[in-house]
Each structure stands twice: as C-alpha cells, then as structure tokens.
Design a protein around this ligand. Structure first.
Ligand code: SF4
Length: 108
C-alpha cells in the first residue's frame, strides 16, 4: 500500500512539471523580445576585447549604442582600428537601415 503513495507523489510531480513546462513555453513565446539583428552584426565587427574603455560594460553595449544612434562615433571604441573595424561598421550601417528606413550611420 505504501508504494502507491510514492507512485501518486511521483505522478503529481510529473504532472506539475509538465504543466509548468507548458506555461514556460507559452510565456517565452508570448513575451519574447525582438532584438534588432544589426546589434549582433555590429558587435561582431567590434574588436571583442570587452575592455570597457568605451564606457560601456562590453562591446555589445557599444554595438547597441551605435545601432540606436545614441553613440555617434565609432572611435568611441578605444581598441578598434579604422581599417579593420570602423570602416566595416560604417558601410554596414549605411547598407542596413532600421525597419522604418532610417539609417543611423556613425562617423569615425
Ligand atoms: S572599447 Fe572597444 S573593445 Fe573595449 S569594450 Fe568598448 S567596444 Fe569593446
């Protein structure tokens, strides 16, 4: 008889796990935050040192600033080089406007 309590307990835990899993999947789809794909692209063009010399906690922060237009100069990154990083970012931003067609092209 005692083993039935164990079985019931196990089944209840499995049911709770399944219900919570379904709720999490629903919530992740419902509340998903769409991020601008240009941020990933610009981040890859930055040096990737994550040194913080630009005033952001890492390269991703500066990439977000460049894409949003909050940061106007690529040279805010103290590690990057004009030929190797900044020219690529400027060309990319010229060619990839936001969904409203607006371009936030940074300068050197
Ligand atoms: S200064 Fe450049 S390399 Fe350093 S965190 Fe900022 S963007 Fe990255």
């Amino acid at each position: 008889m005692g083993y039935l309590y164990i079985l019931y307990g196990f089944l209840i835990l499995v049911a709770i796990g399944i219900i919570l899993g379904v709720v999490l999947v629903f919530a992740s789809k419902k509340f998903k935050v769409e991020e601008d794909p240009r941020i990933d692209a610009v981040e890859k063009m930055l040096p990737g040192a994550n040194c913080g010399a630009c005033g952001f906690p890492g390269c991703r922060g500066l990439a977000e600033g460049l894409v949003s237009g909050e940061v106007k100069k690529c040279s805010t990154c103290k590690v990057g080089k004009k030929d190797k990083h900044f020219d690529l970012i400027i060309e990319y931003m010229k060619a990839h406007p936001d969904k409203d067609g607006k371009t936030n092209v940074p300068t050197l």
